[in-house]
Design a protein around this ligand. Structure first.
Ligand SMILES: [Zn+2]
Length: 139
């Protein structure tokens, strides 16, 4: 691996199941799946409903709002690419539409993040890619 690859953050490689999610992110829309059989939402994208295993799933646009369910402040970056961000917050977000989303809480002091904080989805650009990455910020 070259130095430049080690300093680049990973970027997603959309597949058939996740392509609508990633395209939505590029368009500023946070997309998730809802089961046409049981009506429950799910995230990440899958070919089956994680609740009832039905295959009839539809895409919906989230309002992009949720609350911090749990989080950790990362002080020791897992790869060189993330060192400039350390310390940073890795969080589980309970979105208002009923699914849980893992991401970074950005644009704030990591020490200010707490369980129950209200957040909204924002889109991060990464060098070397045109793919936008959904993250959240406190509101
Ligand atoms: Zn279902």
């Amino acid at each position: 691996m070259s130095d430049s690859l080690e300093t680049l953050k990973p970027v997603p490689e959309p597949d058939a199941e996740s392509a609508p999610y990633w395209q939505g992110a590029n368009d500023g829309r946070f997309m998730f799946q809802r089961c046409s059989t049981c009506g429950k939402s799910q995230f990440y994208p899958r070919s089956l409903c994680r609740h009832c295993r039905a295959r009839e799933l539809k895409w919906e646009q989230s309002k992009g709002l949720g609350k911090v369910a749990s989080y950790s402040v990362v002080h020791r970056a897992p790869t060189p690419a993330f060192r400039t961000n350390s310390p940073y917050v890795l969080a589980l977000i309970d979105m208002d539409e009923g699914f849980r989303f893992m991401c970074n809480v950005i644009h704030c002091d990591p020490a200010s993040v707490g369980i129950g904080d209200t957040v909204r989805v924002v889109y991060e650009s990464r060098p070397g890619s045109t793919q936008k990455i959904p993250q959240v910020e406190k509101i």
